[in-house]
Design a binder for this molecule. Structure first.
Ligand code: UGY
Ligand code: MN
Length: 254
């Protein structure tokens, strides 16, 4: 990097408790114990107003977390953007390639290793599991998006939705991918209690956040807090696609 060659400017918008748009150029490297040979950026945390923590992780060859991530009531989720990740949970080993993912239930932790000669890039997520009376624990889920059903979103043929985890009530969270062909959009501006952490995998769009229209593109991260206005139009030549979290299946505390 080095000396600047123009006025400093940023597309980032940070509205604590409401929403945040975090483009890649402002991210800094964090040192987090037990993440070895890694560049890791925290992109959402309770300090922002989120009820979860989300990270972008870039492991060098051989890098990983061998102590174990999650457990003790913290559920975790990993999605592979590129590269190959080996995940161990108890005695079982899972090999994740691009678009592979693993959900690790709150009583277990996951050991991660980059097992390819190139860097492996991940979206990593953790939140405290909310038990519900009379409802059992969720279970480990490991798969690849390529194997999942692609559904039309709200009956529109230019917008699709993929759900990662079972909709069963044991799960208090899910991950999804929404894809809008150029010109596609949400059918209405949503305002709902659930939060999202959304990482943009491709394309460009105009995103309505808190009722302002904001340009977004591949590589951006958006945190949407409870009830914040949200909807998008896909613009440009490529589909706009993002992988995002959503809490579910729980009665809000009072
Ligand atoms: O699942 C959702 O709530 C999703 N439609 N929200 C969003 O794309 N901002
Ligand atoms: Mn939503």
């Amino acid at each position: 990097m080095g000396y600047r060659n123009d006025l400093l400017s940023s597309r980032a918008i940070i509205n604590h408790g409401s929403f945040a748009l975090i483009p890649p150029d402002g991210l800094v490297n964090n040192v987090i114990p037990h993440f070895e040979d890694a560049r890791i950026s925290v992109i959402a945390s309770p300090k922002l107003g989120a009820s979860f923590v989300e990270y972008l992780v870039d492991f060098n060859p051989g890098g990983g977390n061998r102590k174990g991530f999650g457990g003790d009531g913290i559920e975790t989720f990993v999605y592979v953007i590129s590269g190959k990740l080996q995940v161990k949970v108890d005695e079982d080993t899972y090999d994740l390639e691009e678009q592979g993912f693993l959900y690790c239930p709150p009583s277990k932790s996951m050991i991660m290793t980059n097992v390819c000669d190139e860097n492996t890039k991940l979206v990593l997520y953790k939140q405290r599991y909310i038990p519900a009376e009379g409802v059992g624990e969720p279970w480990l889920v490991c798969d690849n998006v390529k194997n999942l059903t692609v559904n039309l979103y709200e009956d529109m043929k230019d917008v699709t939705l993929v759900d990662f985890l079972p909709t069963s009530v044991e799960f208090d969270m899910n991950f999804h991918i929404l894809t809008f062909q150029p010109g596609g959009s949400h059918p209405y501006i949503e305002t709902h209690v659930q939060e999202h952490g959304a990482y943009l995998l491709s394309g460009e769009g105009m995103y309505n956040l808190d009722n302002d229209w904001i340009s977004v593109k591949k590589g951006d991260f958006i945190w949407m807090g409870p009830f914040v206005h949200q909807a998008t139009y896909s613009v440009g030549y490529e589909p706009l696609s993002y992988v995002y979290s959503k809490d579910c299946n729980r009665d809000p505390e009072i």
